[in-house]
Ligand binder design. Structure first.
Ligand code: GCU
Length: 343
């Protein structure tokens, strides 16, 4: 309730503030020529997404501070990813960091990242994401009013619960939270469990109260949003590598002069680099903290069994979305080249 109330207040503030203080600088001076650029993300302070967007803000405020003031709203303050994406679509805010699972509702192409075991290794995943082909996907939402401008690492997703999950049969009858997307629901069903789509911010309480029996995410979720307090087994089945995307309102991007766009592009690249570095560092730390300070046990799961149970998802997805074949062809190339590890 508190969270919803805060969100409503924040949204009211967003709608009223521009009318009252259009262009009011952080020093409180009224500056009608200054555009306030609002960015939303759903992670707590100090998470790699948060660090990256604060660097982005700093870069713009330092280099284009006469014309822009960038403000970062984390913690889902402007709503969960789904709602914040809608605000970015309408232009109520300018940027959002969200999972590809949220983008699936606007472009089926993004559903590809929810296909389990799409990548054979972290190396294959990074090569594909750093390449040019994936940029076609960025443009696939242009008609809806927004476009991805960068990708952020969000690690490898695995299941966690209060019991160890080593094989798909262990999940039978369990209620597992997923990000709201049809492909994530299909994955849980293929594994014989019940899917409960819900926003990220609700997962801790749902685990604590037993509304759900488990969830799935990267290791950082155990520590940054403290899921390790309410789920004591993290099972390395490693079913997805799903990036977070930095998404911008198209009209905002188009409103920039060539010079301003260049600086925003530099800030975007900087944010990507900063996020990737913070991600690598924090994942290692998170495993340590979860194991040694929170009492989470890390379990090796039978990855091949999970992979087999999910095979039909890729087949069906490809059959229904022939336009993604171009991405699959490229991923296959990287999967063959970097096949050895899955983590
Ligand atoms: C990760 C990801 C978020 C996503 C969340 C979720 O934390 O980085 O973008 O919202 O998972 O499971 O909802």
């Amino acid at each position: 309730m508190n969270r919803k109330f805060t969100t409503i207040l924040a949204l009211c503030a967003l709608l009223i503030l521009p009318i009252l203080v259009s262009g009011c600088s952080s020093e409180g001076n009224l500056d009608m020529n200054k555009k306030i650029v609002r960015i939303s993300h759903g992670q707590p302070d100090g998470h790699p997404d948060d660090i990256a967007m604060k660097e982005f803000a700093k870069y713009i405020n330092e280099n284009l501070g006469d014309s822009f003031e960038v403000q970062v709203y984390g913690n889902g303050l402007l709503g969960d990813s789904k709602n914040a994406l809608e605000l970015t679509q309408t232009g109520a805010i300018d940027y959002v960091v969200c999972s590809t699972s949220n983008l699936e509702a606007y472009s089926k192409q993004y559903g590809m990242f929810s296909v389990p075991y799409l990548f054979s290794s972290k190396e294959a995943y990074h090569k594909f994401m750093d390449g040019e082909t994936v940029k076609n996907m960025y443009q696939s939402t242009d008609a809806t009013g927004f476009r991805a401008v960068a990708w952020f690492d969000a690690g490898v997703r695995s299941f966690y619960s209060n019991k160890p999950i080593e094989k798909p049969e262990d999940m039978r009858g369990m209620k597992i939270r997923v990000q709201p997307s049809p492909l994530n629901v299909a994955m849980i069903q293929a594994l014989g469990a019940g899917a409960v789509p819900m926003g990220f911010g609700e997962v801790y309480t749902a685990l604590q109260q037993g509304t759900i029996d488990g969830a799935e995410n990267n290791e950082l979720a155990l520590t940054t949003v403290k899921h390790g307090e309410v789920a004591k087994y993290y099972s390395y089945d490693m079913h997805q590598m799903q990036p977070d995307m930095l998404v911008a309102n198209i009209k905002f991007l188009e409103s920039l002069t060539e010079e301003q766009r260049r600086v925003f592009d530099e800030a975007t690249e900087l944010a990507h680099d900063v996020e990737m570095e913070a991600w690598a560092k924090q994942t290692e730390e998170a495993k340590n903290i979860a194991e040694n300070e929170m009492g989470v046990t890390f379990v090796e799961a039978d990855v091949a069994a999970f992979q087999k149970a999910c095979e039909s998802i890729q087949r069906n997805y490809l059959k229904n979305n022939p336009d993604v074949q171009i991405y699959f062809d490229e991923i296959k190339k990287y999967n063959d080249e970097f096949s050895s590890v899955n983590q």
